[in-house]
Design a protein around this ligand. Structure first.
Ligand SMILES: [Zn+2]
Length: 351
């Protein structure tokens, strides 16, 4: 399988994230991208490739120009207008209720207020190289998609930072640009084929759902921890089925705490039935392996063998498939878990 990787991800290098009322060493860090690269590069079944540069046009097809332009300049503006800071994090969130009965106000002009205009939470610091890393992650995704459009059956993009929490005009949840949505839109809009995004990450991909919620050319199907107990809390419920012409093209499968391999595979079979009914011609997988038993921030119980079995089950769809990296925070097993999923997809042995 062709594996696309870019060293650009090293530019997004936070040393702190603010979560659970404190500053901690980040769960989403450069070591994640590196352990996946090292593990896959050591497997003779994987062929490592560098991405080509795609520029910003594919990003602007999916995201507000204002979000892109803000991310491009935010770190430097913050250094100039607020203070010198290694990690730039919002501490003010403009909510419309602040101006209730006063008329709406557009985007504030101060960089500190703009942080909370374009971001919805505090765990996604902007460092000096974050913007270019996010651009590189999109290049990785687009290159993997182009390989599959060019005839490869499968391709994997080692995307970092991840993407599925980024909405049309918000970043957050470790995500800046929505890599999976960008390639799903690119394929659907340039080739006219229907595309499904299957998202088995522990967390609901609120951004991908939001971007395609009213569309009938891209289906979104997600398995994730029930939002009643898990981030992102406000999306991912099973009654969210799409709206307008997109009604029926969105399917959520919330999971109970402690869900293990057998139960997860049963639900994945139901998700695959949804995909079969939609009849896509290309599949994008938002591959999060934070469903792993040993993941430090999650509460499902999948094993490496379970990931292999998931990949094999998805292969049964018989679709050209682009797999992009999302979450996964158990560093020691991260590379092996991703590798197991990909080997299952490609029909190789589990070893
Ligand atoms: Zn996740």
């Amino acid at each position: 399988m062709k594996v696309v990787h870019s060293p650009a991800h090293l530019g997004h290098n936070p040393q702190e994230e603010i979560a659970e009322s404190g500053a901690h060493s980040p769960h989403e860090h450069t070591g994640r991208g590196e352990i996946i690269r090292e593990t896959l590069a050591a497997d003779p079944a994987m062929e490592m490739l560098s991405p080509r540069e795609w520029g910003i046009d594919p990003i602007l097809e999916v995201h507000e120009r204002g979000l892109h332009d803000f991310l491009m300049n935010a770190w430097a503006r913050y250094q100039r207008d607020v203070r010198s800071a290694r990690e730039v994090v919002p501490d003010f969130f403009y909510r419309p209720a602040m101006r209730e009965a006063m008329g709406s106000l557009g985007e504030p002009s101060h960089v500190n207020a703009q942080l909370g205009w374009w971001c919805f939470e505090t765990t996604t610091p902007i460092t000096q190289g974050s913007y270019m890393a996010a651009r590189g992650s999109v290049d990785v995704a687009m290159t993997a998609a182009s390989l599959v459009l060019g005839g490869e059956r499968f391709a994997y993009g080692n995307c970092r930072p991840p993407g599925h929490h980024a909405t049309r005009d918000l970043y957050g949840g470790y995500c800046f640009f929505n890599n999976a949505a960008i390639i799903a839109h690119h394929v659907a809009s340039t080739t006219g084929v229907k595309v499904t995004v299957l998202d088995p990450d522990y967390h609901h991909g609120n951004g991908t759902q939001q971007i395609f919620y009213e569309r009938d050319d891209v289906q979104y199907v997600s398995l994730h921890a029930d939002p009643v107990r898990a981030y992102p809390y406000v999306t991912g419920f099973s009654d969210e089925r799409g709206s307008g012409k997109g009604l029926g093209a969105n399917a959520n499968f919330p999971l109970a705490r402690g869900t293990g391999d057998a139960e997860f595979l049963d639900v994945l079979k139901r998700a695959i039935e949804e995909i079969d009914r939609f009849k896509p011609e290309l599949l994008v997988v938002s591959l999060g392996v934070d469903t792993f038993d040993g993941d430090p921030i999650c509460d499902l119980r999948l094993t490496r063998q379970g990931f292999f079995d998931c990949g094999a089950l998805v292969a049964g769809l018989g679709l050209p498939t682009v797999v992009l990296q999302e979450g996964g925070y158990a560093l020691a097993e991260l590379g092996n878990n991703v590798r197991a999923w990909l080997r299952g997809l490609e029909g190789l042995s589990a070893a």
